[in-house]
Design a protein around this ligand. Structure first.
Ligand code: ADP
Ligand code: MG
Length: 697
């Protein structure tokens, strides 16, 4: 076992208690994990601010001065310690909520300190909460002036590990590992890509000597991160192509043809292209594993349907898995409408399917009598057996992880069904390459002709009366409307109240109309019943929390009002907007917010007003929110957790490392050539199954 894999508990300064917290809070188990735990920012200590020059919004900064006196404020759990810190040009407050006695002892009044932290404007002055203080005399010890700040949680701080102690641990580790780190990249590559050596990059990222060296270190480490992910993803893809035979579905048969002939419109060029890509996959003799991306309404489901007919016409079965019951029902209804005229039965299997129906479905699937099944994850339960499952469509919507996908693969003894994943949220290309790099990717980048672009407006709450009037007009013309309220999990109770308050408001304003309400806390039957009243046209306004995000198709609905729109992510807003614009009439999306908005919120909403292009919005969303938030499922699948690279801003590097990985694996698929040995070793190191450290310590 290499030194890098030593459990952190053995690192001087850690010990069992801290090791346990580092593991559970930050996922750090070994020396290597800590070494690769990079700072998220650096405080520039080369510059010392004066208190009188503090103005506006500030980053973390450094001040130099002394504490004039202390005051304890508040009671019980709200108790806090406030220090009045001055440098002769002004005074600011330093505030602590914990370890009050210790703080007073460590930082006596009158002694000179360097203070680091982010000043927040407060009662006419500034305040820094939980600042870091260093003895001003020992200033020299700090080095370049760039001081790393590590992302830490409260629990980590509680065991005495703040950024400063993390730096200490990393220093100890760096000394321990001196001369022990192998360079994973071939020298030729270091030279051609102009990369800083690995050991040096690790040193500079934690202890930067200059800004330039830090930049070079970051570039090198991003490069490694992306390259090894690409090697891993492409490796998986190659491996699957080698070892996973796929059923051949060569025949384009009767059902496929009659559906094609019966459509009242032509497929778009993009749909045809993707269909050809799928057809090529299913005659290749290998398992298809393809992601189809496209904006809402681009016609993904229709493409998926044709793919299912390929399976059926070749004597096999197909299934479609949706993330929620409502969506499964809707898919089922629309597929049945198109397929039953062709004499094909479509089954529906969801959590609430009755026992008798369930038994019937199980039998019909096992005998092969039932060609197509739609369902939720109920359809991958072990009790479900197919006679001959050739294709599974996954309507992903970000909810199915790799694990559930693999459950499907075990549905046949001798082959893996072809897998087609449909992603309803367009993902920028470089992100898709990183998240789904082990899949083949198709893009439907064209909307069917004749769609009227949805008109989007941003209004403030004070103008709600105008929104009401507009709704009135639309409804008088026979249309229906959605009104969506934000729902955030931690605050379910108050959000629910907001929805109920909204319900009263709309009922009061529209006494002559039917207003229904659905939310995530309702029983499924009740939710469906309410939804059904809207779908049937009996109700004109549907108030909802985001449960409608993934579902419902009501072509007659022409208005989407989103209250508290600034609380939604861009991708989510775009999804919601996609609920309208499905019928012939002009549709509208109205984003309602308070009148005081931050600059970023303002820009995000403006973007929604300006564009209907899901890809453009996805790119922007990734920039605004950063990468981490985009796809939780896939990331937590352990396949990917990016520490330093960001596909949003490092797109060119994603592209470059992807091509490089392709070239390397093409020449040497197993990385068995001597020059690739360090690559191989590093890849194994990075993606090896973890031993269960929790059982050791
Ligand atoms: P997505 O799944 O991408 O949101 P769907 O497949 O559900 O899109 O299609 C949305 C609507 O557009 C459906 O009513 C579908 O019948 C219709 N549609 C699909 N392809 C075309 C096309 N080429 N021309 C016209 N309408 C189409
Ligand atoms: Mg769809």
């Amino acid at each position: 076992m290499s030194l890098l894999e030593t459990a952190l508990t053995y690192l001087p300064g850690v010990g069992p208690k801290r090791a346990a917290v580092l593991a559970s809070e930050l996922g750090l188990y070994t020396y290597q994990d800590l070494l690769l735990y990079f700072p998220t920012k650096y405080v520039d200590r080369s510059r010392t601010y004066q208190i009188r020059e503090l103005r506006g919004e500030l980053p973390s900064i450094q001040l130099r001065g002394y504490i004039r006196d202390y005051k304890e404020l508040g009671e019980g759990r709200k108790k806090r310690l406030v220090a009045y810190f001055t440098d002769g040009t002004g005074t600011i407050e330093l505030t602590w909520f914990r370890s009050l006695a210790t703080i007073r002892r460590l930082y006596p009044e009158g002694r000179m300190f360097l203070v680091f932290g982010k000043p927040v404007a407060f009662a006419g002055g500034y305040s820094i909460t939980h600042p870091e203080l260093d003895d001003a005399e020992k200033e020299q010890a700090v080095g370049s002036g760039l001081m790393p700040v590590y992302p830490l949680t409260e629990a980590v701080r509680r065991v005495g590990l703040a950024s400063r102690q993390m730096r200490q641990l990393l220093y100890t580790l760096k000394e321990l590992l001196r001369g022990q780190l192998t360079e994973p990249l071939p020298t030729s590559l270091l030279r051609s890509a102009q990369l800083m050596p690995y050991a040096e990059a690790l040193e500079q990222i934690h202890f930067p000597e200059t800004k330039e060296l830090l930049e070079a270190a970051r570039r090198r480490l991003k490069f490694d991160e992306l390259l090894f992910i690409q090697l891993r993803l492409l490796g998986m893809k190659l491996e699957r192509k080698k070892t996973s035979p796929g059923l051949l579905l060569p025949r384009v048969g009767e059902h496929f043809r009659s559906l094609y002939a019966s459509l009242p419109f032509d497929l778009t060029e993009a749909q045809k292209r993707v269909l050809r890509e799928i057809q090529a996959d299913v005659v290749s003799g290998r398992q298809m594993n393809r992601l189809v991306q496209g904006d809402v309404g681009s016609g993904k489901t229709l493409v998926a349907l044709f793919a299912m007919l390929l399976a059926v016409d070749n004597g096999h079965q197909a299934c479609l898995m949706a993330p929620t019951e409502i969506l499964a029902r809707q898919h089922h209804a629309s597929l049945a409408e198109l397929l039953e005229p062709l004499g094909l039965e479509v089954g529906l299997l969801i959590g609430s399917t009755r026992r008798r129906e369930r038994t019937r479905l199980h039998a019909a699937l096992a005998s092969g009598e039932l060609p197509i099944l739609v369902g939720t994850h109920a359809l991958i339960e072990p009790s479900v057996h197919f006679h001959s499952l050739a294709l599974c469509i996954i309507d992903e919507q970000h909810r199915f992880g790799v694990v559930q996908r693999s459950g499907l693969w075990a549905k046949n003894a001798s082959w893996y069904p072809h897998i087609l994943t449909m992603s309803a949220t367009p993902i920028p290309r470089t992100l898709a390459m990183t998240l789904y790099g082990d899949l083949d990717i198709s893009v439907i980048d064209e909307l069917p002709p004749g769609r009227k672009p949805i008109q989007t407006y941003h209004v403030s709450e004070g103008e709600l009366f105008r929104v009401y009037r507009f709704l009135e007009q639309q409804i008088a013309e026979g249309r229906q409307a959605y009104v969506v309220f934000p729902m955030i999990e931690e605050q379910e109770q108050s959000e629910l109240r907001a929805l109920q308050e909204g319900m009263m408001r709309y009922r009061e304003r529209f006494p002559e109309l039917e207003v229904v309400m659905v939310h995530g806390k309702m029983k499924p039957e009740e939710k469906d019943a309410q939804m059904q009243r809207f779908v049937s046209g009996e109700a004109q306004i549907l108030l909802a929390t985001t449960v409608i995000e993934v579902g419902v198709n009501v072509p007659n609905a022409s208005v989407m009002v989103i209250e508290g729109a600034n609380r939604f992510g861009l991708a989510q807003l775009h999804q919601l907007r996609g609920r309208v614009g499905r019928g012939a009439s002009q549709s509208y999306c109205i984003l309602v917010t308070g009148s005081k908005l931050g600059e970023e919120a303002q820009r995000r909403l403006q973007l929604m007003v300006e564009t209907n292009d899901g890809f453009e919005i996805a790119e922007a969303d990734m920039r605004f929110r950063g990468f981490g938030e985009i796809d939780g499922t896939r990331q937590s699948g352990q396949l990917l957790s990016l520490r330093i690279a960001n596909p949003a801003t490092d797109g060119a590097m994603v592209q470059y490392t992807r091509e490089l990985a392709e070239r390397i694996l093409e020449a040497d698929p197993e990385l068995s050539q001597p020059e690739h040995a360090p690559l191989r070793r590093r890849l194994d190191e990075l993606f090896r199954e973890r031993p269960s450290w929790s059982q050791i310590s």
